[in-house]
Design a protein around this ligand. Structure first.
Ligand code: UN1
Length: 494
């Protein structure tokens, strides 16, 4: 019998109201059932929201530095449990242990950063335009926040919302991805041990169309943070817009690495191998386009393909594995579909392009690292997010052309340029349309204390991470203190 896991509502572990469940399976070995989880319904979201609302009435009065202390303890617990959590995450998500340890580390970094931010939730004071009057402004929590997260960073993405959100004084109703529900329950265990009061974090497992929808529609949930596909993000945005809820959207990417003729090619090859095939290409920040200057194009492609062909596919628990499985069958089918589209469009599939199912790969959702050359900007494989180990290589003749190709897609999350020329690097940093630009580094690897998010079709103007995330998780309160003892009329008695 697989282990049965539960929702976490009002400080208690509980089943869904109608008792139904779904299975959590290992993508590297589909026959392995890791556990069953509640397939929840709207009533469960209602109960969780009620608990979060009641908890908020107390939690908002706890001083922010004290709220931060709980996060510091959570960080300590995560340090202690890091290897164990990474192993759980590798089993349910598939990426290699080195990467799942990095995912937990991103949570740890966020915990410690958020903890100290409890002492730094700065407001702004300004002079008043009237005498004997003082103007203050400070941040206040919003209330109950809904959180809908994807499966590719099961600890980092929930952490970088929940931790700052809690420090700011909010409470949460959290729906984790159905492919990675176990890591979410571990996060609840950590916060319970750290001393988080009941009701401050509630977890409701289940389908996006049911639980996610109930979160976006619940009148007592005042803010929703969503990370996932642009198509689902549009549904979330519409539901929240109709109800005037705050909404933070982190959606697709079609990130490019540009390599100029003067670049250090060894470094650029290492960067693209990591950016395109790390996490099996399943990051919003993954490198899915490589824009090469024509002078180094042939050499770089040839060397890159040689090295990419040596990447070892396998179970992420095996220390020799470089590239883990695709998360599930549906995603792998989608990747296969895009490879077919690329071939039909006339691109040259010069490496991979096939499902990998030999030997110990046969029971998992593996796909070969794939490189397309002769890709032109109008092809679908140059424009659409594939979310897998598929790299499209394009050619350019100048920096201007490289930037034009980079900016020709609807997305704008991450980007990268390899060059030894500081002027070229700075021009690219200024003109590339993306929330993040790396110079002489891969498109992946954002740090927890920096703003994270994208422009154009990737986001809606908010940022996660660092100090910027507090703009989403707080409201501004302006306070005017008149100590003149008489009526002073702004704009009139001046
Ligand atoms: C994501 O792909 O959804 O910058 C998040 C990175 C990681 C986070 C990725 N720190 O690649």
């Amino acid at each position: 019998m697989p282990t049965h896991f539960q929702n976490f509502i009002d400080g208690h572990w509980c089943d869904s109201s109608d008792g139904r469940t779904f299975e959590n399976r290992n993508p590297a070995n589909w026959n392995e059932i890791l556990g069953t989880f509640p397939l929840s319904i709207k009533q469960d979201v209602d109960r969780a929201t009620q608990a979060a609302l009641e908890a908020f009435r107390q939690w908002r009065f706890v001083p922010a530095p004290e709220r931060g202390n709980i996060l510091r303890k959570a960080g300590d617990i995560m340090v202690r449990r890091k290897n164990e959590i990474a192993a759980i995450m590798t089993r349910e998500m598939g990426k290699p242990l080195t990467e799942t340890k990095g995912d937990v580390q991103e949570g740890i970094d966020t915990a410690f950063y958020s903890a100290t931010e409890g002492r730094r939730l700065f407001g702004i004071n300004t002079p008043s335009e009237l005498p004997n009057k003082m103007n203050l402004s400070f941040r206040v929590p919003i209330g109950v926040c809904g959180l809908i997260t994807p499966w590719n960073f099961p600890m980092a993405i929930p952490s970088w919302n929940i931790f700052p959100g809690l420090v700011a004084g909010n409470t949460f109703v959290f729906k984790p991805a159905e492919d990675t529900p176990w890591t979410a329950n571990v996060l609840a265990e950590i916060l319970i041990e750290a001393g988080l009061p009941k009701g401050c974090l509630n977890i409701v497992h289940g389908a996006g169309a049911v639980v996610g929808a109930a979160i976006t529609e619940h009148p007592d949930i005042r803010a929703v943070s969503f990370t996932g596909s642009t198509s689902t993000g549009a549904i979330v945005a519409r539901a929240c817009g109709e109800r005037t809820k705050h909404v933070c959207l982190e959606m697709g990417g079609k990130n490019a690495q540009i390599v100029m003729a003067d670049a250090d090619l060894d470094l650029a090859i290492e960067g693209v191998l990591w950016g395109a095939f790390g996490t099996t290409g399943q990051r919003c920040t993954a490198t899915s386009r490589l824009i090469l200057h024509e002078k180094i194009h042939d050499e770089m492609v040839e060397r890159l393909a040689r090295q990419a062909s040596k990447l070892r596919l396998g179970d992420g628990l095996d220390a020799k594995t470089d590239v883990g499985p695709i998360i599930n069958e549906k995603q792998r089918k989608n990747i296969e579909r895009y490879v077919k589209i690329g071939k039909e469009e006339g691109a040259n599939c010069m490496l991979g392009g096939e499902v990998a199912s030999i030997g110990n790969l046969k029971n998992g959702w593996f796909f070969q690292p794939t490189i397309f050359t002769d890709v032109t900007p109008e092809m679908r494989i140059a424009k659409e997010e594939i979310f897998g180990p598929v790299l499209s290589v394009l050619k350019c003749r100048s920096l201007e052309e490289a930037i034009e190709i980079n900016n020709s897609v609807q997305y704008g999350l991450s980007s990268s340029i390899y060059t030894r020329d500081i002027n070229v690097a700075m021009q690219a940093a200024r003109d590339i349309e993306a929330g993040i630009t790396y110079i002489n580094a891969a498109t992946i690897g954002a740090e927890a204390h920096m703003p994270f998010g994208g422009v154009k079709g990737t986001g809606n103007g908010h940022r996660e991470g660092g100090w910027a995330v507090f703009d989403f998780y707080t409201e501004w309160k302006s306070v005017y203190i008149d100590y003149s003892g008489k009526l002073q009329r702004a704009q009139i008695d001046v």
